[in-house]
Every structure is written in structure tokens, then in C-alpha cells.
Design a protein around this ligand. Sequence first.
Ligand SMILES: *[C@@H]1O[C@H](CO)[C@@H](O)[C@H](O)[C@H]1NC(C)=O
Ligand SMILES: *[C@@H]1O[C@H](CO)[C@@H](O)[C@H](O)[C@H]1NC(C)=O
Ligand SMILES: *[C@@H]1O[C@H](CO)[C@@H](O)[C@H](O)[C@H]1NC(C)=O
Ligand SMILES: *[C@@H]1O[C@H](CO)[C@@H](O)[C@H](O)[C@H]1NC(C)=O
Ligand SMILES: *[C@@H]1O[C@H](CO)[C@@H](O)[C@H](O)[C@H]1NC(C)=O
Ligand SMILES: *[C@@H]1O[C@H](CO)[C@@H](O)[C@H](O)[C@H]1NC(C)=O
Ligand SMILES: *[C@@H]1O[C@H](CO)[C@@H](O)[C@H](O)[C@H]1NC(C)=O
Ligand SMILES: *[C@@H]1O[C@H](CO)[C@@H](O)[C@H](O)[C@H]1NC(C)=O
Ligand SMILES: *[C@@H]1O[C@H](CO)[C@@H](O)[C@H](O)[C@H]1NC(C)=O
Length: 826
Amino acid sequence: MATTITTTLDPGVLHYMLVILLLSLQGSPAGARDVITATQPLSGLQKLVSQGGKFALGFYRPGGGLQDKWYIAIWYNKVQKVTPVWIANRETPISDPFSSVLTISTNGNLALLNKNSRSIVWSSNTTSTTAGASNTTIVAVLLNTGNLVLAYASNTSIMTWQSFNHPTDTQLPGMRFGRRNKLTGESDRLVSWRDHMDPSPGIFSDEMDTSVGAQFVLRWNNSRPYFTSGKFNPQTGAFAGIPSMTVMSRPNSIYSYEYVDNDKEEYFLLTVMDDSIFLRTVIDPSGQLKGMVWLEEKQDWMVYFVEPSDVCSVYSACGAFSWCAVDNVPVCSCLRGFTPQSQAEWSSGNYTGGCTRKVALPCSLSTPSMSSRYEEDRFYEINNVSLPDGPQATVQAANISDCEVACLNKCSCLAYSYNGTCSLWYSDLMNLQADLDNTGNNSIFIRLPASEIPRPKSTRGQTKGVAIAVSALALGVLCLVAVLCVLRRRRSRIKGLYNNINMTLMAFRYKDLQLITKNFSDKLGTGSFGSVFKGVLQDGTTVAIKKLEGVRQGEKQFRAEISTIGNIHHVNLIQLLGFCSEGEHRLLVYEYMPHGSLDGCLFKVISSDDVLPWNTRYQIAIGIAKGLTYLHEKCRDCIIHCDIKPQNILLDASFVPKVSDFGLAKLLGRDFSRVMTTMRGTIGYLAPEWISGMAITAKSDVFSYGMMLLEIISQKRNVELGKPCMDKFFPILVLEKIQEGDVRALLDAADMRRDDVNLEELERACMVACWCIQEHESSRPTMEEVVQMLEGLRQVDMPPVPRYLRVVAESATDQSSTLLDEMAAA
Ligand SMILES: *[C@@H]1O[C@H](CO)[C@@H](O)[C@H](O)[C@H]1NC(C)=O
Ligand SMILES: *[C@@H]1O[C@H](CO)[C@@H](O)[C@H](O)[C@H]1NC(C)=O
Ligand SMILES: *[C@@H]1O[C@H](CO)[C@@H](O)[C@H](O)[C@H]1NC(C)=O
Ligand SMILES: *[C@@H]1O[C@H](CO)[C@@H](O)[C@H](O)[C@H]1NC(C)=O
Ligand SMILES: *[C@@H]1O[C@H](CO)[C@@H](O)[C@H](O)[C@H]1NC(C)=O
Ligand SMILES: *[C@@H]1O[C@H](CO)[C@@H](O)[C@H](O)[C@H]1NC(C)=O
Ligand SMILES: *[C@@H]1O[C@H](CO)[C@@H](O)[C@H](O)[C@H]1NC(C)=O
Ligand SMILES: *[C@@H]1O[C@H](CO)[C@@H](O)[C@H](O)[C@H]1NC(C)=O
Ligand SMILES: *[C@@H]1O[C@H](CO)[C@@H](O)[C@H](O)[C@H]1NC(C)=O
């Protein structure tokens, strides 16, 4: 079984090396061996291949080799997408595989050595006591189960060590997982990678729940449990808490679980019915446990269960002082008065650092008298909340006001909650999120410096109230309107954000809006339905005011339409705050989006610092899809947007996308010819049915979304001023490259930063986009399916090339007008 591989490579010839590396990762060279002995160590680009060819072991670089960090890993030999299942030196990467060697000492210790410094980088810590005798030579063998074992050369079924007893983050079929020694309490633990690029131990782990038995538990920081599988049921062969597993593990299923409990040990054993099935269970860096199976025909892993299915259930998913909401994009947001600890980490999708105060509590800076504390700190309420991790104290309090005072009197008290018992929190608030069923009926009050909450509570602080009243009188009617508006906005920001309580729309007078916008002097842009102006309410709140053109509806009908739009609340849809309908004037007042439109952020980037990172773009794509899903499916009446394009996507301060201009096509009555005229400028996004005259459905929005998604990917327009922007019409290029299985090629084509892009997401996004731009609406996915695919919760098949694109592809020098004709003809 052992044929020596000698390497004739000159390590200096990097290019050559890379070619060989690629080759070596792809196929198993003839005569690959599966064993390491003292005289046949492993170094450089050599690898072991198990007998049967399923697994390989060798030096591996995560993340497509962007960093010179190499690990000894076991991966699937036949799966093109290199998928490591075990890492030896996860904490101690090496920088050069050629100066390292994996070998076995005469006393049976498997070790990774640095040849230059002659130091041990990693070792199995095994020594055989009877070393020396001729029949006690130990060898390392890679088995076809993915298990690397140390065993006697004379009889390899007598093992001294096995990688299955030292798993990384993956449970493979055939691996016993549980409590291996009831006496010593020794048990197995899967520990997540830190992130997808870094296999060093992350903060999440999976192990047998020894306190209960027959179930496993996911923990944060090796302590705090956040998910338990529920008891294993031998009848169904599944865990009570993982319903999707039950479906999969019926008789004739591809795998089964077995639970073994005896005097010595207690473990789960996962078995696949057929050796050709590649199945694995992984604790992901996100803290979720995922069951995955390789689909050969799709050339991808399919997730068949993910627990907890809701990322907000992962302990501390968003860090301290944050709010986790699964239907938000991003999932994590800082509480009011708080800002990300590290903006850079936060925007790259690492929320673990959590949030920190914008303004420190005055009492923490000095030691003011008690009375000044009253003045300086206030609380705001978040209701229907699932309370953060255990309160640090409960105190006697007759009523909620007493509870508040108790918290106020201690500078270290950060929040309180009252349900008859007064609970106080002294340390970082973790895991704050909506109590969706409102089972607890809990409210929590968060402490902030008074400067962060100028509004007095109705029960106290009459002086502030008087001050506001006086200033309101002084400033006249407009200010009253503004204050009302602010109060309403504040309330809606707290309640609206956390509770989605409907709010009523403000009716503005034209005169007031003139004042607010300095007589419409600060124009933000011109959209399909009119120009947009910036305005500042009396309290400093910035709003965007759209002057509608061409609305022919009467006031009553207008108000009816507006109230429909105003009642639509979704984090990815722009919020209408108010309106004005006076005589000829029809205006809409929206929340202001500091980052403007996606159009500007994608195509009008001035400095390279302003380029949206991949992660942000991907989250934007998901957010838009969620907003559209809501419009299409969750509103009372399905709303087709009809004009999806980057100009109509706005970005808030944290780059959360908000779809704008929805519902307005209806305002203009059934005058679709006008809609058509206004959309002539946005030809690249129009579905073929717009031109062919077929019925317009929600799937027309899906088409436009697909075209826009390609632009979000490439950060370039698909079509610019009548000619394709890149050498090749990008949608065609994408289709070609994904069919060739070469998404990497797109990086260069679109001039993307390699280190920034997640190739898996890139591929997924490209495939989704290609499905969206299918010619026939029935082939296109729904927006909800798009969300699931982008989030990796639904598999994406290989999309076919739509006929109209094939036509376009064949005629090389296209003008968008001919493209249009061909789309119409197709
Ligand atoms: C071997 O022992 C060292 C030192 O005690 C320890 O850090 C390392 O994790 C051990 N390796 C394995 C594979 O158990
Ligand atoms: C090695 O040989 C000795 C004596 O022949 C025997 O007792 C022992 O069990 C053998 N060990 C192994 C691992 O085969
Ligand atoms: C190898 O060891 C196993 C377990 O001790 C034993 O059952 C088997 O007979 C041995 N095989 C040989 C060839 O000695
Ligand atoms: C994890 O737990 C250890 C002690 O068990 C503690 O020192 C450390 O601060 C914890 N990590 C975090 C991020 O809280
Ligand atoms: C994420 O942020 C935390 C806290 O700031 C940091 O310790 C950790 O290394 C970061 N993780 C990654 C993968 O960058
Ligand atoms: C709360 O209870 C205190 C006495 O414990 C009382 O003085 C105060 O008036 C009560 N406040 C309210 C709002 O009931
Ligand atoms: C009130 O809150 C405390 C602490 O969160 C909890 O232990 C207690 O069960 C709650 N009481 C009621 C009546 O809900
Ligand atoms: C929820 O709490 C509020 C105020 O604390 C109370 O008025 C209401 O009756 C409670 N509702 C339920 C269902 O317990
Ligand atoms: C919050 O809880 C209250 C009281 O149970 C309930 O009336 C209200 O509908 C809840 N709000 C939301 C958004 O669930």
C-alpha cells in the first residue's frame, strides 16, 4: 500500500507549484499512498489518499490560498470544492509546507515538524510503551471513512490513536460522538472555526449533554448553552428538537443515527446507507449546527438541517447592547444610543464585538450628587422583548417608579424590568430580541444619558415639558407640527423598530413643507414620479420630500392610496412618514437615507475606500429581496413594484437597503403608458413581457431584480448609455462562467477584489441572478425563494441560458436598442 512519492519540484518555481497544487487537489495521482511511516513522511505537496479514494490528507490553505497559513487537513478527495473535515494543527498554522514534515517517531508519536527550526508544531501526544520490538512499529493510515489512525503496522486494526477521537468541527459517518469514558468524563466536542478563513477554535461548540443524556447541546464559550437537540428517539431515529431530521431519517433514508449507552460509554453513531454518500454535520462559525449532503449532480453541498434555524437564537449572535431580528438586514442592529464597537468588523458581518455607548453615562465619568443623576440619565422602553441574560439583581420595589429609582441610584445599573419583581442589570446586555409570541409580556428599560433622550417621560420631568411647550409657542405652528412629528417618529422609532406598531401618517401643510425645505432648494434627485428634496424638521430630523408629478387623483382617493402605502412597514421598505395634499400639490414625506441610492454607491464611487465590500453588497441583495418578498406576498394586496433599479434602492446609515417608490405606479392610475415612458431610461431592467405585451406579474419585478443583482455583483452597469459596459454583456458572461464552473473568472472580468469576495456567495448570487432573468416568468423564482437561495437555505440548480440572451450572445456588437428588439422578438 505504500509507494514513495518523491517530489522533483523546485520550491522556488512558484507558478509551477501552483499548477501542480491545483492538479494535486483535483485528482488523485496514480499510486497515491494512504500511510505515513517513519521512513515515509509527508511534506510539501504530497498527500495521502484513502483506499477507496474518498478522503485525502495533506497540507491545506483555507480561503483559496489568500494567506500563507497551511494546515494538515483531511478533505474529500473527489469533491472539487475543497471541504476539510478535520484539521490537525488548527491553532498552529505553518507558513511553508516544504519546510514542514508530518512524520511518525519510532515510539509512535505522529508529529508535524518544522524542518528549519526542528521544532514540533503539532503532535498526537501518543507514545507506545513497547517500542522497539519488530512487530510494534506504528504507522499512520488514512481510512476511507476519513479517520486518520495510528496503528501497529503488523495489525492495523489495533489502534493507538485516531482523529475521530479528536474531531475539529465535523462529525462524519462512522464517528462515535459522545462521552467516550464515563469514568474519566472524557467526551467529544466539535468546536466551530473562528470564521470561514480561520480554522482556529471559535466560540461555539457541540457536545453530548451529559446532564440529560441522549441529546446534544450547543454552547457559547464552552459554557452557555443555547440549543439542545432534544432527546434522541430510537423509534424515529431522530432528535425531538430537530424536526427536519425526522423527515430525513425515515426507513430507507440515506442515513441513520444510533444511540449507544453502556457502562463504559455513551455515544451517537451516524451511519450512511451507502458509502458513496458524502454526509457531514458541522458546527458553523455562525454557531449553527448544519447537516449537509453532497449532491454530485449539483456539485454542491445541500443543507438538510440547520439548528438553531434562527440565527438570533445563537447565544450572543450580535454581541452586547444590540438587537437581533431574523427578518432584518443585517440581522444585528445596535440599541438606540449605542453604536458598533468596531464599525469595520460590524460592516464586515462580524457582530460578536457588539455595541458600545455613543455617549458615556455622566455618572460613570464623575461622582455627581444623587439629584444630578436624576437629571442626567433617562430610560427608554422596549416592549414585548425577550429579556437579556439573567438579571444581576432583584430588589424590593412597590411599583415601577420605585424600580426605576432603584436602578437610577446605582450608576452601574444599565437597565431594569418590572413585573411585580424589580430586576436590575449591571453588566452588558446580551441577546436582546423580540419576544415574537410575547409569552413573557416583558418590557425592559434601557438607561441612557438625558442628552440621548430629550423627551421627558410623562410621569416625571414637567420642567422639560414646559420648556418644550414654551419653545413651541415661540416658534409657532410649524414647530408644533415638528414636535408632534418628532414625538411620533421617536415613538415609532422605538416601537416601530421593535414592535412594528402602525403609526398614523402626518398631514403636512404645503407652507410648512416649503419652510422645511427652504422653498425646495436642496434637491436630492429626480425619480420616476417627481423630484425629491431634502428637508430638516425643527428638531433636526432630516426627511426626504417627494413632489409628485402627474397625479390626477382627487384628494380622497389620494389619501386612501397613501394610507395603504403608509401602513406598509418593513425594514427593507422605505417608510412613509407623512404627506401633503393641498389643491394641486401632492407631496410625500419619507425618512431620509444618508447614503442615498444604491445607484450612487455602486457606480459613482470616487475613492476606493468608498467601494462597498462584498459582504455589504451581499447583505444589500438579500435585504432588497426581503423587501420585495414583503411587497409581493405579505401585504394585504400584492404590490408589484414595476420599476426595480438601483436608483430606487436607498441605503440607510448602516447600509440597510430600503426599496423606495413602491405603490406609486398605482397612484398614477391605470396609466401604464406613462409608466412605460418614465421607464424608457431603465431599459436594462425590463422583463421581456413589458415589451411583448404579456401580463405584468410579480415575476416582472423578479426579472428586474436579477438584472440589478448582477450589477450589485459587478458594481458596473450591465448596459451603459446604449452599449454594454464591459467587454461582454455581463449577464452573458456570468451564464457562461457558471456553466463552465469558473466563477473565479468573473473576479477579473468585473475587476473585483479577490480577497474581498466570498466565492461561494458569488457563485450562489450569480446562479440566483441567472434564474431571475429567465425569459419565461414561470421559470423565474419568487422573491421569497430568492431570499432562501441567497441565504443558503435552499439549493440553487444550474440555470439554463435564456433564448434571448443566446441571441444577444451571438451578435457581438450589441446596442441596447437591438437587445430590446431581440428581447421583444424572442
Ligand atoms: C498534545 O499535548 C500538548 C501539550 O500538552 C497540547 O497542547 C496539545 O493540544 C496536545 N495535542 C493533542 C492532539 O491532543
Ligand atoms: C508482538 O509480538 C509479541 C511476541 O511475539 C506479541 O506478544 C505481541 O502481542 C505482538 N504485538 C502486536 C501488536 O502484534
Ligand atoms: C488484529 O487484531 C484484531 C483485534 O485485536 C484481531 O481480532 C485480529 O485477529 C488481528 N489480526 C491479525 C492478522 O493478527
Ligand atoms: C469565555 O470564558 C472565559 C472563562 O471561562 C472568560 O475568561 C472569557 O472572557 C469568556 N469569553 C468571552 C468572550 O466572554
Ligand atoms: C470578530 O470580532 C471579535 C471581537 O471584536 C474579535 O475578537 C474576533 O477576532 C473577530 N473575528 C473575526 C473572524 O475577525
Ligand atoms: C410607588 O410607591 C411609592 C412607595 O413605595 C409611592 O411613594 C409612589 O407614589 C408610588 N408611585 C406610583 C406611581 O404609584
Ligand atoms: C418576573 O421576573 C423575574 C425575573 O426575570 C422572574 O423570575 C419571575 O418569574 C417573573 N415573575 C412573573 C410573575 O412573571
Ligand atoms: C402585559 O403587560 C402590560 C403592562 O405591563 C399589562 O397592562 C398587560 O395586561 C399585560 N398583558 C398580559 C397578557 O399579561
Ligand atoms: C405587544 O404586547 C401587547 C400586550 O400583550 C400586545 O397587545 C401587542 O400586540 C404586542 N405587540 C406586538 C407587535 O406584538
